[in-house]
Design a protein around this ligand. Structure first.
Ligand code: ZN
Length: 299
């Protein structure tokens, strides 16, 4: 089967502000027809439907971190896509992501479980009315959120079923206390996701021998050209990865193919595909693709 394992880059933009041409981060790993989402930034549900994926087939959601450009439509997926109509979600779905920050000096801000619970409360009127007036299952019973924690350097096993084994590692994306990269192992191949991260050996571990590495990329030359201060450029380097370093990480990991996503700048008029590729190729000899929304990759 040539399409037993596919990755659809649903949204490929960096940052929370909507930009022309690219939308917020989301990726679909499709294994034998079941869909596993990695992140759910703005625009995810529309892209999911445009990719002709069915919410009925949603097998799990894996959140890399709680920045809004990665989770703005996490709850929307369920709120708008719930129930028997339109092939919506009718069976419980596991949602995994970082928990609250244990070092937070104030009342701890919500982790993934709190994000779901807070949204359920915020949309309580709509949810209650729809449950009373239709044959939809209880929405709260369909979203099984789990807060994750991961010590630096440790691999955690997040999820296992008959199609995938998913592991994760903490990656450096300060000042967030926890950001995760994921590795999906299937009988048809291995796919790794860096999430948002500075150049990291943890990504190398996740991507070791992978058939496809989906890696974030932010080009410091662009941010220098628009007047970022040295301090801001240092911050960028501490929390994101240049395309040259993506090449170095992929080469060291022995990844067989690389897809660039979470692109900053995300406007092709600022940096086009050849510009991105030209920065990666000196450091990595394998095939590289520049992510665009709805790019469908057979693994
Ligand atoms: Zn981020």
């Amino acid at each position: 089967m040539t399409d037993a394992l596919r990755v659809v880059l649903l949204g490929t933009a960096a940052g929370p502000y909507p930009a022309p041409g690219r939308q917020g981060c989301a990726n679909a790993v499709v294994v034998g027809g079941r869909v596993y989402l990695v992140d759910a930034g703005y625009g995810t549900l529309g892209k999911y439907v445009s990719a002709e994926l069915s919410l009925r087939d949603l097998g799990g959601v894996f959140v890399t971190h709680l920045h809004s450009d990665h989770v703005a439509e996490l709850f929307t997926l369920f709120l708008l896509g719930w129930g028997p109509a339109n092939q919506g979600v009718v069976d419980p779905v596991r949602v995994y992501g970082p928990g609250p920050d244990p070092t937070d000096p104030g009342p701890p801000a919500a982790g993934t479980e709190g994000l779901v619970a807070g949204n359920l409360a915020a949309f309580g009127q709509d949810v209650a009315v729809r449950q009373r007036t239709s044959d939809r299952p209880r929405l709260a019973g369909l979203i099984h959120a789990t807060d994750l924690s991961a010590a630096a350097g440790a691999e955690i096993v997040v999820h296992e079923d008959d199609r995938v084994r998913v592991t994760a590692r903490a990656v450096p994306h300060p000042p967030l206390h926890l950001a995760l990269g994921y590795r999906f192992e299937t009988e048809h191949g291995v796919v790794a996701f860096s999430g948002d991260t500075a150049r990291s050996d943890a990504v190398g571990e996740l991507a070791a021998g992978a058939d496809l590495l989906v890696h974030e990329a932010m080009e410091p030359d662009f941010y220098r050209s628009i007047g970022y201060s040295p301090k801001l450029l240092d911050f960028l380097a501490a929390s994101h990865t240049s395309p040259a370093d993506v090449g170095r990480v992929a080469a060291a990991a022995g990844a067989r193919r690389v897809a660039l996503s979470h692109l900053g700048p995300c406007d092709p008029a600022r940096l086009d595909d050849e510009g991105w590729l030209g920065r990666v190729r000196p450091h990595y000899s394998g095939p590289v693709v520049v992510g665009h929304d709805l790019l469908d990759l057979t693994v």
